[in-house]
Design a protein around this ligand. Structure first.
Ligand SMILES: *[C@@H]1O[C@H](CO)[C@@H](O)[C@H](O)[C@H]1NC(C)=O
Ligand SMILES: *[C@@H]1O[C@H](CO)[C@@H](O)[C@H](O)[C@H]1NC(C)=O
Ligand SMILES: *[C@@H]1O[C@H](CO)[C@@H](O)[C@H](O)[C@H]1NC(C)=O
Ligand SMILES: *[C@@H]1O[C@H](CO)[C@@H](O)[C@H](O)[C@H]1NC(C)=O
Ligand SMILES: *[C@@H]1O[C@H](CO)[C@@H](O)[C@H](O)[C@H]1NC(C)=O
Ligand SMILES: *[C@@H]1O[C@H](CO)[C@@H](O)[C@H](O)[C@H]1NC(C)=O
Ligand SMILES: *[C@@H]1O[C@H](CO)[C@@H](O)[C@H](O)[C@H]1NC(C)=O
Ligand SMILES: *[C@@H]1O[C@H](CO)[C@@H](O)[C@H](O)[C@H]1NC(C)=O
Ligand SMILES: *[C@@H]1O[C@H](CO)[C@@H](O)[C@H](O)[C@H]1NC(C)=O
Length: 898
């Protein structure tokens, strides 16, 4: 065994000593040059190549590691190990340590930084791959000593490893032989983009996704003469333009999605004859797509979605013989499809949704024999899709043509002769379908959405058999029938129809029911008791029907129930006490009924409850003064208006409404669809701009934080603690018997947009602090006993008489009564809230936290694709279902502003 083999044995021991693992297959009795992953120089016997990738190596590369004695090493691959990461997080590795009995990680130096010695010692390296480890911290400057490197892969270290400006600049200047450079996921926010100008002209592969690059990317990089792969994905602050001329002519892969590239796609794009795959989606590209695809014969995947592109569909795209994936969705493309297309025989996924494409659906679309997924939704397409057309698409799984108001589905002829064994999902809402398409009977559909069409008549048993979710909200049609009892479903949605009759208790035989939505029909009778026993039920939505009688008190074991909507019926009696056990309940809407009950203390103890709406009932008594400090911990919206509540406002209740105060959180939902399961994590993305912020948030997720106690008989003074509810946006205490002064702490409610204190018995002056409420759009202080001058400044200069009328003691503009300056006081002027610094940071802090708390905005598709590896259409499917599940109920339950 030569000296170099000894080094390897030491290397092996140094790892195995700590962690009792073996570098498998290294048998000391044979020459190390024949060990797996080891390559020696035939002449000198030096170890020149070492491939230890995917070897479950765990530990740190210490400065004294014997590896560093392999001075002649040219080729080192340590990728996909855990050299520097946290061992315990990487449990997938642990399963290989079958004999592991003791694990001692003391003094291993798991600080995750790379020893600079790795670079200063192994100067012969030509290939270095340290990707997928847990390294973090600054990448040592010594890396630029590796001037022989041809290939350097430091990608996916971890989110904390980074280059500083000098380190990368030296690397770019000194590594003149570099052909392959992959730094994905390394933080390069300190790197000056001009450093890229120094990169070796031999560079073929440059991969810099998620590197936090910002600034304008040098166009010259696109022109590096040998470049084949350029990946700049997910650098959202990177701007730049595509070059008008002199693209690297050998470019094969170009990935620029989710950056800030601007300008148009230049005609010179058509010179990229070697291009195979292009992703320009989510940039700020504009103008027409140049019709220059005629020579891009190798192109298999093209995505230019979510830009600002306009104009016609480029005809030459339809001549791409090899293309399998084409996505031009979410632009402003218009005009018709070409009449005749004979290519595209390999096209598997076609996404053109959210454009303005018009005209008929051409027959060639239905000759695309490889198509598995077709999404043409939200365009202006017309025509009729017939079963014989669809039957040619034998691979089609996912058909989405919703929101094309002139498109219809033929239901005539011998439909039943056709079968669609692959088809699992059809979404055809918002079209001109007039009859239930019977040909789906012979398919294996899991989901069918025929909502918002013109279907009339009932659904028969067989029509609705065979899939797991049925969405049928033909709000415009005359579907008059009683509930069809079908095969067992997990989701049953027949909202906005004209269903009549009772809900049969046999529906409770669907023991796996998760979502039952029969809202906005004309159902009557009582609500079956057994619905409360369905142990998987998450959403029960029976709102806007004619149900009578009592609400079942059978929610004893219902730990899954999250949304209970029984509002706008004629229910009587008590709020069922068994709801005290529904600890997952987030939304409870019992408004607009005839309930007669006190406000039960247990309501306050529902720890997940975010929205509580009891408006327009006959509830009475006072709010509980003896509540625990944990009560109402999640509440965001409370509406008790138009009841018969009395008594004073419990100070403690105001203090406990913590959710109306800021709260950070990440919400995870698990969505189950048939055989699929997907966990989605929504994070709180808050985009701090000016007022557009709110508009955007509201549009996305119509939740806002509000408190409506109007039209009751509440009395007494309003506690100063009301000022703690700093993310309140709507506050309505009107039409009660409140007395005393308006608390000065109202000035803290800086997010408030609507404040109604009218028709009470408030007295005293209007506190000048309220002029801090710069978002206030609606103010009503009328019909009280307020006195003194009306404050001025900010929003307060925009309100008119009506905001103040019926207060005989008020004076000053906009009222005609002038103030007699009897106390020698000027009208109050705006006051700046001093709070941990200046007004602005405090304000944004409030707004950010307020919106952030529980507001679910971003859906991280990248994350889903990454973690599940499922095809895009599945992700999209789930995304849309999510929109249904979670936005619908919120929209329905908008708390009225006035
Ligand atoms: C070294 O020897 C191996 C096996 O004999 C051979 O395949 C390889 O081409 C040789 N390499 C060089 C550089 O001569
Ligand atoms: C990380 O470990 C290296 C090598 O042991 C040491 O030189 C360095 O100071 C350590 N860094 C930190 C932050 O502990
Ligand atoms: C560049 O590489 C050479 C060896 O080829 C080395 O001597 C020099 O120090 C390196 N320069 C930097 C800035 O690292
Ligand atoms: C982009 O810029 C914004 C504003 O400076 C910053 O908050 C954000 O973190 C940046 N994003 C990345 C990926 O660097
Ligand atoms: C690219 O195409 C344009 C016209 O589209 C042509 O004038 C030019 O010579 C081509 N070659 C390069 C390298 O830009
Ligand atoms: C598409 O290709 C065919 C031949 O392969 C050619 O005849 C036709 O002109 C091309 N159409 C376009 C729009 O480039
Ligand atoms: C809650 O459930 C427990 C056990 O299932 C039961 O004993 C208790 O009575 C329930 N509480 C209410 C208020 O229904
Ligand atoms: C989703 O989360 C649940 C519970 O945390 C887990 O059991 C399940 O395996 C997860 N599913 C996926 C697809 O990650
Ligand atoms: C924030 O909002 C502004 C204005 O709507 C928008 O231009 C910008 O892209 C947004 N930034 C992020 C990171 O979403």
């Amino acid at each position: 065994m030569g000296i170099f083999c000894l080094v390897l044995v030491i290397l092996q021991l140094s790892w195995s000593t700590y962690l009792k693992i073996d570098v498998e297959s290294w048998n000391k009795s044979i020459d190390c040059c024949s060990w797996e992953g080891v390559e020696c120089d035939n002449v000198t016997g030096h170890v020149i190549g070492l491939d230890l990738s995917h070897s479950c190596l765990v530990g740190s590369l210490f400065a004294n590691n014997s590896l560093f004695q392999l001075h002649n090493l040219q080729w080192l691959d340590l990728s996909s190990n855990y050299l520097g990461g946290s061992l315990l997080e990487n449990t997938s590795c642990l399963f290989r340590f079958h004999g592991l009995q003791r694990l001692n990680l003391a003094d291993n130096g798991f600080n995750g930084t790379i020893s600079s010695k790795l670079f200063s010692q192994l100067v012969s390296l030509t290939h270095l791959n340290l990707s997928n480890n847990g390294f973090y911290g600054l990448i040592p400057h010594q890396i630029s000593l590796l001037s022989s490197l041809v290939s350097l892969d430091l990608s996916f270290y971890s989110y904390e490893s980074r280059f500083d400006g000098q380190g990368f600049d030296m690397l770019a200047r000194n590594l003149t032989k570099l052909r392959n450079l992959a730094l994905d996921d390394v933080d390069m926010s300190d790197v000056a983009l001009t450093s890229f100008l120094n990169l070796s002209s031999s560079l073929e592969h440059l991969s810099l996704s998620e590197c936090k690059l910002h600034g304008e990317f040098p166009t010259q990089v696109f022109q590096l003469p040998n470049l084949k792969v350029l990946d700049l994905r997910e650098n959202e602050n990177l701007t730049g333009y595509l070059p008008n001329t002199n693209w690297s002519s050998g470019l094969e892969l170009l990935y620029l999605s989710n950056c800030g590239f601007r300008g148009s796609i230049p005609a010179s794009f058509g010179n990229l004859t070697q291009i195979i795959s292009v992703d320009l989606s989510k940039n700020s590209l504009e103008g027409q797509i140049p019709d220059v695809f005629g020579n891009l014969r190798k192109l298999t995947s093209l995505s230019i979605s979510s830009c600002n592109l306009s104009g016609p569909l480029p005809i030459t795209i339809f001549n791409l013989t090899k293309i399998t994936f084409l996505d031009l969705s979410n632009n402003h493309l218009e005009g018709p499809f070409p009449n005749h297309v004979s290519e595209l025989q390999f096209l598997e996924e076609l996404r053109l949704y959210d454009n303005s494409i018009s005209g008929g659906v051409p027959s060639w679309l239905f000759d695309l024999v490889s198509l598995t997924s077709l999404d043409l939704s939200s365009n202006n397409l017309s025509g009729v899709i017939k079963p014989d057309m669809l039957s040619k698409l034998t691979s089609l799984m996912f058909l989405v043509v919703s929101s094309n108001s002139l498109l219809s589905l033929s239901t005539s002829g011998n439909d039943l002769n056709y079968s669609f064994p692959q088809l699992t999902t059809v979404r055809f809402s918002g079209g001109r379908v007039r009859q239930f398409p019977s040909f789906f009977r012979t398919s294996n559909l899991e989901q069918l959405d025929l909502s918002n069409n013109m279907i009339s008549g009932g659904i028969s048993k067989w029509e609705a058999e065979g899939w797991e979710g049925l969405r049928w909200t033909n709000s415009l049609n005359l579907l008059e029938s009683s509930i069809p009892i079908l095969k067992e479903l997990e989701q049953f949605i027949i909202s906005e129809n004209k269903l009549t009759g009772n809900v049969p208790s046999s529906i409770c035989n669907w023991s796996s029911l998760v979502l039952l939505d029969l809202s906005e029909n004309s159902l009557s009778g009582t609500i079956p008791d057994c619905l409360g026993n369905l142990s998987y039920l998450e959403t029960l939505d029976l709102e806007m029907n004619n149900f009578i009688g009592k609400i079942p008190n059978s929610f004893v074991n219902n730990s899954e129930l999250r949304h209970l909507l029984l509002n706008d019926n004629q229910l009587e009696g008590l709020v069922p006490s068994s709801l005290a056990n529904t600890t997952s309940l987030e939304l409870l809407n019992l408004g607009n009924n005839k309930l007669t009950d006190r406000f039960s203390g247990w309501l306050a103890s529902l720890s997940s409850l975010e929205v509580l709406i009891l408006r327009f009932n006959r509830l009475y008594g006072s709010l509980p003064h003896s509540i625990a400090s944990s009560n109402f911990s999640a509440l965001r919206i409370i509406d008790l208006s138009a009841n018969e509540f009395t008594g004073t406002l419990p100070t403690k209740l105001l203090r406990n409404l913590r959710a109306m105060k800021p709260r950070e959180r990440v919400t995870s939902y698990s969505i189950v669809f048939g055989a699929f399961e997907l966990n989605i994590t929504f994070e709180n993305h808050v985009n701090v701009t000016t007022k557009r912020l709110e508009m955007e948030l509201r549009k996305t997720y119509d939740i806002f934080i509000s408190m409506d106690l109007s039209n009751n008989q509440f009395s007494g003074e309003i506690p100063e603690d009301v000022g703690q509810l700093i993310s309140l946006q709507m506050l309505n205490f009107s039409h009660n018997n409140f007395t005393g002064p308006i608390p000065t702490s109202f000035g803290n409610l800086v997010a408030l947009e609507s404040l109604d204190l009218s028709s009470n018995k408030f007295n005293g002056g209007i506190p000048s602090q309220v002029t801090n409420l710069t978002f206030l759009e609606v103010l009503n202080l009328s019909n009280n006993n307020l006195v003194g001058p009306i404050p001025h400044g900010n929003q307060f200069d925009t309100f008119d008489n009506d905001s103040y009328s019926g207060n005989l003691g008020l004076c000053g503009l906009p009222l005609s009564k002038q103030c007699v300056n009897h106390r020698g006081l000027d009208p109050p002027s705006p006051l700046v809230v001093e709070h941990e610094g200046s007004k602005i940071p405090f304000f944004w802090q409030v707004v950010m936290m307020g919106y952030g708390s529980g507001v679910v905005i971003g859906l991280s598709l990248g994350y889903i694709v990454f973690t599940t590896g499922r095809p895009w259409w599945f992700v999209r499917k789930v995304e849309r279902d999510w929109q249904y599940n979670f936005t619908k109920w919120v929209q329905r339950n908008k708390v009225r502003r006035n």
